[in-house]
Design a protein around this ligand. Structure first.
Ligand code: GLA
Length: 737
């Protein structure tokens, strides 16, 4: 069983040993009920319970006995940091009681071992399907004075190196209490010999990898934007000093939440690191009535003893198999043409049909109609909220255009941005109070639009009805769900002053409930999330929508970095990647078609360009790429990923190119892709050692017909031809013989 509980009779402590295939996580309950963290690392079968390292006196008097002369929790590693009682590190929870006091003294109250993984009410989370797959420890702590209970959940996966943590606070006092901060997970590592890995950026350059040393003080990432954001992804990994792509210990943390978050590593005065992750306490407050409880979202914690690469593969498998849901979860994703960069707002049904003709010839399977099909939406300044087809632009409406696509053998997808409203719209006229705003203050617009207040049930119900009508109005098999601004002027007309700080979290809960209802009602629809590209690329969203538009930046070279960063956590099946026109619309750069195609083939593949302007031979070339992708897509979308050369490995030689591999789960097929970043004359020779192949097998290169042993490919490698002119990208397909 993954969870072992033992009492150590001699000194009155007891401990929990949580075991995954390669890791152990140890919680010690001290004699006085303080719940201490005793380590997380490579799997051990037995724990002495001695925990000698944690009892070492570091200059302050330490528990377990809490010598009454000098009580201090300041350096004791804890499972959940309580405020106001001598642990001066950032707390995991802040509560204001009726008397105005804010101290909490949390001690062990009870524990419960649950077979399987309980749901977290109203929140997305990973799930267990089979018996024995997960065992969950629910460890309840209670304040020594007030009847406030904090239950820490640890869902331990038997066959994956994953522990999922979340927390629930229950108020059993007679009075309301105010939660000012509730972290989902806290880990006191006891040392700070790590580097912190994060994925940061902006619109158009999302999820670039950054690595930094830990130093005393705080290193943190966060979002205060109402959504998880382009700027910081809710992901952190702590890399042991010697960890690399394929070796060393890595601890990965990902927050299953789409709103404001914070993740921080605080290194204290004895150079020990406390990691915390949860809802951002900025603009957060929750009134917990007597008898009520509050659930903080899940943190997925992945352990890898084999470097960052193995951590990524563990995340990928978990997310594909036990986070994503629905009919499309494990189905090969169609090749899409999206008309956005092809037409922007300037289209009618004839233009769309012409584009569909070209796309069909190019091997496309799904036509996605982007922004501009509804209301008075001739540009991005108006009409969001008016979800009625504009029959001036689209004669015959959606049924007609869908039937035209069907005639061509194409599925049909539609863009919507339901969480928004334009001030110039019928919806805004009818319900000016539905947008997020503070009465009496100027409303700040972004992209000339406002956010709807999804913390309100009436708004959520309205959206459910309106969207249901559209989704049912024609044979729509794909929805691109966009979200193009951040939350400002945080306020809801439905909440009183005391409850205003609940609004950002209530918004996220409202969004989740809407998505839950819609995805249940339209199970055949493939939902793709988008937020000005990758502004809401998080596991909370993946629970409802199994793929996400990775970035509005479709430039092949930019995409190498963006996609490599994204794939550190998220599986290729989740990453939408399209081939677009040159010069690229975001960077003005010209890259060869092969490079655009091979780069886009790292995820779910599609196109985003005006194919009607392409010459016959270009369409034929694109058709070949589509055919190739159809051949490899199950390997790419559902196989294992290996980074051969990462864009963040900073060394003069390496930055010239990136290389990655996708290997089918049974290791029978592999796709190797190399993408060059710049050309050099008389360049140093590059040897590319492959990974993840079946060591005892031979593989045939499908292009040359050459057969190699896997060992030769992995231990000696391939010598790469250097980039020359337009030869900027290569793909090698290998089949086991
Ligand atoms: C956002 C999306 C784009 C496109 C436009 C339409 O920017 O990221 O892909 O859908 O909106 O307005």
């Amino acid at each position: 069983m993954p969870v072992v509980f033992e009492k150590c009779a001699e000194d009155g402590t007891s401990f929990f040993l949580l075991n995954t295939p390669n890791s152990s996580y140890i919680i010690t309950v001290l004699k006085n009920g303080i719940v201490s963290h005793s380590g997380w690392g490579r799997r051990i079968e037995k724990w002495s319970g001695n925990a000698a390292i944690w009892k070492t006196d570091r200059g302050v008097n330490l528990p377990p006995d809490l010598d009454p002369r000098n009580l201090s929790l300041d350096t004791l590693p804890q499972e959940y940091g309580a405020p106001g009682k001598s642990d001066f590190r950032p707390s995991s929870i802040d509560v204001a009681f009726k008397d105005g006091s804010r101290a909490l003294d949390l001690r062990y109250f009870s524990h419960n071992l649950i077979e399987g993984k309980p749901q977290i009410k109203g929140l997305p989370a990973t799930y267990a399907l089979e018996s024995g797959e997960v065992q969950t420890l629910a460890l309840t702590l209670k304040d020594t004075v007030f009847d406030v209970y904090v239950t820490l959940f640890y869902a331990v996966w038997a066959e994956r190196d994953v522990i999922c943590r979340w927390a629930e606070v229950e108020n059993k006092t007679q009075d309301k209490i105010k939660l000012e901060k509730v972290m989902s997970a806290c880990i006191d590592f006891g040392c700070s010999d790590f580097r912190m890995f994060q994925l940061s950026g902006s619109w158009g350059r999302e999820r670039k990898a950054y690595i930094r040393e830990l130093v005393p003080g705080t290193q943190s990432i966060e979002s205060r934007r109402g959504s998880s954001s382009h700027h910081q992804n809710p992901f952190v990994a702590l890399l042991a000093k010697d960890a690399s792509e394929d070796s060393g210990e890595v601890f990965g943390f990902n927050f299953v939440y789409s709103g404001n978050f914070e993740a921080r590593v605080d290194v204290d005065f004895v150079e020990a690191a406390r990691f915390s992750m949860g809802i951002n306490s900025y603009n957060f407050g929750w009134n917990l009535e007597a008898g009520a409880s509050f659930a903080a979202p899940e943190v997925v914690m992945v352990y890898s003893k084999d470097g960052l690469g193995q951590m990524s593969r563990t995340f990928h498998d978990l997310y594909r198999e036990r986070l994503c849901r629905g009919e499309w979860q494990l189905k090969p994703r169609p090749i899409v043409i999206n008309n956005w960069e092809a037409t922007y707002f300037d289209f009618d049904e004839k233009k769309l049909c012409a584009l569909a003709d070209a796309a069909k010839e190019a091997g496309v399977e799904m036509f996605v109609l982007d922004d501009g099909w509804f209301g008075n939406r001739f540009d991005d300044r108006r009409a969001l909220g008016d979800w009625v087809v504009n029959t001036q632009k689209l004669k015959g409406g959606l049924p007609y255009i869908v039937s035209e696509m069907k005639k061509r053998g194409l599925g049909f997808g539609l863009w919507v941005e339901p969480e928004m409203v334009s001030p110039e719209s019928e919806l805004f006229k009818a319900h000016p109070d539905w947008c997020i705003h503070i009465p009496g203050r100027e409303m700040y617009l972004a992209r000339t639009q406002l956010m709807l207040d999804l913390s309100r049930q009436d708004v959520v119900d309205y959206l459910f009805e309106t969207l249901s009508d559209i989704f049912a109005s024609a044979e729509i098999s794909y929805i691109k769900w966009d979200f193009n601004r951040y939350m400002t002027d945080v306020f809801s007309e439905k909440l009183d002053a005391e409850h205003q700080q609940e609004m950002p979290h209530r918004y996220v809960l409202g969004l989740y409930s809407l998505l839950e209802r819609l995805t249940a009602k339209f199970p055949h629809i493939l939902f793709e999330s988008c937020a000005s590209g990758g502004g809401r690329f998080d596991p909370g969203i993946l629970y409802y929508m199994p793929q996400i538009w990775t970035s509005d930046n479709t430039d092949a070279l930019s995409r190498i970095t963006i996609q490599a960063g994204t794939a550190v956590v998220y599986p290729p099946s989740a990453m939408s990647c399209h081939v677009s026109a040159v010069p690229n619309h975001q960077t003005g750069r010209i890259t060869p078609l092969a490079q655009r195609a091979f780069t886009a083939m790292a995820g779910t593949y599609g196109y985003e360009l005006d194919m009607t302007k392409l010459a016959k031979d270009e369409i034929a070339q694109i058709a070949e790429y589509s055919a190739l992708y159809k051949k490899i897509r199950s390997v790419v979308q559902f196989g294992d990923c290996y980074r051969l050369v990462s864009p963040w490995e900073k060394s003069g030689r390496i930055e010239k190119y990136a290389a990655w591999m996708n290997v089918s789960k049974d290791k029978s097929h592999a796709v190797v892709t190399v993408s060059w970043i710049y050309a050099e004359a008389y360049a140093p020779k590059i040897v590319l050692k492959l990974k993840g192949l079946d060591e005892n097998a031979d593989y045939k290169d499908l292009k040359s017909g050459n057969v190699y042993s896997a060992k030769e490919l992995m231990y000696f490698g391939l010598i790469l031809a250097n980039m020359w002119g337009g030869n900027a990208s290569e793909q090698i397909l290998l089949v086991r013989v």
